[in-house]
Design a protein around this ligand. Structure first.
Ligand code: PBG
Length: 338
């Protein structure tokens, strides 16, 4: 067949979806979801010392910051327009004990970082993690009796942990522990202490996931963790259970809910958003970050494009925002694009 002959063979189509995709202006016009800096929450790892930055081997491009460096980094994030940061400590192993008592110390890394960041970036949202794992000698999110993670005893400690953080200036308390009833207890505890304005972002549907590995390197719990977290974090096979967990947390007073991990659980995000219509977040966790970075460093994927594509996927699934280690890189990229 010659070229002229091929050209004559046009199909008689009414619908040609490619028409809308032909030019950049048109693609922009019909675009349904957009990632903006307002969607980003940046998790920051805090370490002891001064003027100190320590890389995380399994998270290329992520550094742990001493309190002063964390304040500088947070101020930079704020200047880019990132609404909030989420703080996670690497606690000195000598300070870890069976009950995670360092979590209640008002001079612990998270409290010091809260105060320093508040000074450096007064209008930046401060989200603090409520769970005992960075503070316990056994690496679990709660206290143990034998091999059991005690629920109600843990919840009582978590309330004290949250109050300690609220006194240090935390704006949002984010329980990642998956104990039953902790959101209600936190709400009551905060209200009793005069912290009615402090928000709760609950890790409502948090799965027992292999994708947390690099995070556990960053906070030093891969070494300490005894066993696994399957008696409190959710079974990755379940979806109705996620709806139940979110329902409970909202009923107990959660202001915002989170699904974690992110990309392998987009179906859960979609269901949660459609069922409840409340502020819904995803945590693009350390293993998701590590996979994109590792493939990019090998030259197997375009890292920047994969980063942006992964984030728009969260928006498409119904997220109002995403906790992501890419936050600063995304914000810088968006700023450069104008
Ligand atoms: C623990 C906690 C974990 C993460 C956030 N808070 C790990 C775990 O449950 O063991 C994971 C975050 C990430 O992987 O980026 N309370």
């Amino acid at each position: 067949m010659d070229a002229k002959h091929i050209a004559q063979r046009t199909l008689d189509l009414v619908h040609r979806p490619r028409r809308n995709r032909r030019t950049e202006w048109s693609r922009r016009l019909v675009r349904e979801n957009v990632v903006t800096t307002d969607d980003l929450i940046w998790p920051i790892f805090v370490i002891d010392g001064e003027n100190r930055r320590a890389p995380v081997a399994s998270m290329p491009g992520v550094e742990r910051y001493s309190v002063d460096e964390a304040a500088r980094a947070a101020a930079h994030a704020a200047s880019l327009g990132i609404p909030a940061v989420a703080l996670f400590p690497y606690t000195d192993p000598d300070l870890r004990d069976a009950h995670g008592s360092e979590a209640l110390n008002d001079q612990n890394l998270v409290c010091r970082a809260c105060r320093a960041i508040r000074q450096a970036a007064p209008d930046l949202g401060l989200i603090t993690d409520v769970a005992l794992d960075p503070y316990t000698s056994h690496g679990h999110d709660g206290v143990m009796e034998g091999e059991t993670i005690l629920n109600d005893e843990t919840v009582a400690i978590l309330v004290d942990q949250a109050l300690n953080q609220a006194r240090a200036g935390a704006d949002v308390i984010a329980p990642s522990d998956m104990m039953d009833g902790r959101v209600g207890a936190l709400r009551a505890g905060l209200d009793d202490a005069g912290f009615q304005h402090v928000q709760i972002m609950s890790y409502a549907a948090k799965y027992a996931s292999a994708f947390y590995g690099p995070f556990r390197d960053a906070v030093g719990t891969n070494k300490t963790l005894i066993g696994d977290k399957r008696t409190y974090q959710m079974d990755p096979a379940n979806t109705d259970e996620a709806i139940h967990e979110v329902e409970l947390d909202l009923a107990e007073g959660a202001d915002m809910v989170m699904v974690k991990p992110g990309m392998p659980y987009l179906d859960i995000i979609r269901r949660v958003k459609e069922t409840f219509g409340r502020p819904t977040f995803a945590y693009q966790v350390s293993g998701e970050y590590a996979m994109i970075m590792a493939a990019a460093q090998n030259g197997w994927i375009d890292g920047d494009k994969a980063m942006m594509e992964s984030l728009v996927a969260f928006k498409r699934a119904g997220c109002d925002g995403v906790l992501t280690y890419f936050a600063v890189r995304v914000a810088e990229k968006l700023k450069a694009q104008g």
